[in-house]
Design a protein around this ligand. Structure first.
Ligand SMILES: O=C(O)CCC(=O)C(=O)O
Ligand SMILES: [Fe+2]
Length: 227
């Protein structure tokens, strides 16, 4: 298959590529059905002396030994690839030229499930990782903006940024760069290119509008992955 040619983005444009009709309706429906039966769990994040439930369910599949730690406290250990997930991974690899070793799934049960502002910069992915994200089910808004200075310096997690009013003075939202929004649809692919995690943060905010369940699959590299 011909690979996507690399993607001109200017300094002020998010380094992402969005393909709305990546999967046919039929493939996307079948994959959603498959993914609803994966092994989902709701994890906990420890922050300061609090324990908070992650506001969505999660799962991880991938190469053996590719454990993933995020927010300093959520430890995910991959189950072996299912045939469907491995096929999808290889399809995206051949399209993009990027290599992936794990997939982390997010299950957003309704509009109250979300992921706050964050970047995915776990050292186990190596430097400047590309991440490919497939959406199944309900459409949700995905926002992306450039980092502010303080977000470059420390490895802030989604809950640190969301709760930054607890330790920042003033209004932390006031000086944030303007966000770009994408409506991620059933069967779509969003590629976050190298550099995206280093200079930008993204989120899927909560919404009061009635929305059905949505599954998001993020394919990621891992330093311990198979070559
Ligand atoms: O659900 C999405 O579209 C984004 C998920 C995400 O950012 C993540 O898993 O790190
Ligand atoms: Fe992310």
């Amino acid at each position: 298959m011909r690979q996507l040619t690399l993607f001109k983005t200017s300094r002020d444009e998010p380094p992402v590529t969005y393909m709305a009709n990546f999967l046919s309706q039929q493939r996307a429906d079948a994959l959603l059905e498959h993914c609803l039966n994966l092994d989902w769990q709701q994890n906990q994040i420890k922050m300061l002396d609090k324990t908070l439930l992650v506001p969505r369910k999660e799962t991880i599949y991938g190469d053996p030994g590719c454990d993933y730690l995020y927010s300093g406290s959520v430890h995910l250990s991959p189950k072996p690839w299912t045939e469907e997930l491995q096929f999808l991974k290889e399809f995206i690899e051949s399209l993009t030229g990027y290599k992936f070793h794990i997939v982390i799934g997010n299950l957003y049960r309704d509009g109250q499930d979300s992921i706050g502002w964050h970047s995915d910069s776990e050292p186990s992915m190596g430097l400047n990782p590309a991440i490919a994200s497939v959406t199944l089910g309900a459409t949700r808004k995905f926002s992306i903006r450039q980092k502010v200075k303080s977000e470059y310096r420390t490895r802030k997690t989604e809950l640190h940024i969301e709760n930054s009013h607890m330790w920042n003075q003033g209004n932390p939202q006031r000086d944030r760069p303007e966000a770009t929004h994408y409506w991620l649809e059933h069967g779509s692919l969003l590629i976050m290119h190298p550099g995206c995690q280093e200079g930008w943060v993204h989120q899927v905010p909560k919404t009061k509008k009635p929305v059905g369940q949505r599954i998001n699959l993020t394919f990621r590299p891992h330093l311990k992955g198979e070559p």
